[in-house]
Design a protein around this ligand. Structure first.
Ligand code: NAP
Ligand code: 8YV
Length: 321
């Protein structure tokens, strides 16, 4: 008998094919009355596959009394309550590492798109402004600029390395200084924001980073500063971000993530100093395939011998061998 798995959110055809070799798969998106279904069937579900956005809502988690493992298709797992999971001896896995390059690439892309006014200049050509008004106004270079990275982990480190070819000076803020990096550490985020031209957020979400980029930090970055967010929408005070961009207290922003996805604040749609992407930093065919493979591999391995490849840090000591 195959174990029963609940799939929350989407999966690629390749993931589905592999899931179905090992599990009886129940797709939450195809169940019309999920609450009722969980009452009747929750106790037979042993595995959940989900993603960083949907996570596992508390009411779903509590209905799954036989749950053994949650496999997250994404590195960020702030939408999964790991305190409850570890308390119940439920393994939680995620997909670190395999998405570093593409997420870092999107951060650099947003930085370049903001500094070179990519969207404005694309419109300049399409609208006929080039012919009617002449050359587009000058933009700004990222060469030799000072860049502050908020969160110098796997992805933050990759962003720093990629920015070296642009001769950027890299500084960073984390809770603990990193001993092996050649970049200047700031223990005060607002101080770092004051000193840099660009600030890139790439921390986890969750309570410890909630609105860590507040009004004080945004104003320290200032009218000549650019804020790039590829972390989580919760990391910035979004209302303050919108108002600082509207009245020029902050110069520019490049945003991949938002507090209430898939909704972004509509006030941003009118602003020329903002570049927006719909949470796509890891969304290339190649990276999503690697993330999907790891998501499935963790589940298959767990049901084979109780071990997983990439547990979240809170579950690191839960492997059987
Ligand atoms: P990681 O290796 O765990 O790095 C996280 C970094 O953030 C560490 O340097 C950590 O240093 C720092 N940090 C954690 N809490 C902090 C706090 N309260 N204040 C300041 N710094 C803090 O994680 P990763 O693999 O690089 O991924 C980072 C995050 O990127 C994910 O959790 C996810 O939210 C986001 N992400 C977004 C996308 C996207 O599609 N936009 C894709 C992938 C990942 P300390 O522990 O020393 O503070
Ligand atoms: C995914 C992400 O888009 O890995 C993460 O933390 O934010 C993205 O790679 C997200 O997990 C939804 O699948």
């Amino acid at each position: 008998m195959k174990p029963n798995m609940l799939l929350i959110g989407g999966a690629t055809p390749r993931m589905m094919e592999r899931f179905e070799t090992a599990f009886t798969v129940h797709q939450a998106s195809e169940i019309s009355d999920l609450t009722g279904w969980l009452k009747d069937n929750g106790a037979k579900i042993e595995a959940v596959a989900t993603n960083g956005h949907d996570g596992v809502k508390p009411e779903i988690m509590s209905a799954l009394s036989a749950l053994k493992i949650i496999s997250c298709y994404g590195v960020g797992y702030d939408a999964i309550d790991t305190a409850v999971a570890t308390e119940r001896n439920i393994m939680v896995t995620h997909t670190p590492g395999v998405l570093n390059a593409d997420v870092a690439n999107l951060a650099v892309l947003l930085m370049l798109a903001s500094s070179r006014c990519l969207i404005r200049d694309d419109k300049w050509v399409r609208s006929g402004n080039w012919a009617s008004k002449g050359n587009a106004p000058l933009t700004r270079s990222i060469e030799n600029k000072k860049v502050g990275i908020l969160g110098l982990g796997r992805i933050g480190g990759e962003i720093a390395r990629k920015l070296e070819v642009f001769n950027c000076e890299i500084v960073y803020h984390t809770r603990t200084p990193k001993p092996d990096v050649p970049y200047t550490y700031y223990d005060d985020l607002a101080k770092m924001a004051q000193d840099v031209d660009y600030m890139i957020a790439i921390t986890p979400g969750g309570p410890s980073t909630n609105k860590i980029v507040n009004r004080k930090v945004l104003e320290a970055l200032g009218p000549e500063g650019t804020f790039i967010n590829v972390a989580r929408g919760s990391v910035v005070d979004e209302a303050e971000l919108v108002s600082a961009l509207q009245d020029g207290r902050l110069g520019w922003a490049g945003l991949d993530v938002f507090a209430d996805e898939p909704n972004a604040p509509t006030q941003l749609f009118e602003l020329e100093n903002v570049t927006l992407t719909p949470h796509v930093a890891s969304a290339t065919v190649e990276t999503r395939q690697a993330m999907g493979d790891l998501t499935v591999d963790n589940l298959l391995q767990f049901f084979k011998d109780g071990n997983v490849m990439t547990p979240v840090p809170e579950c690191a000591d839960m492997n059987k061998t």
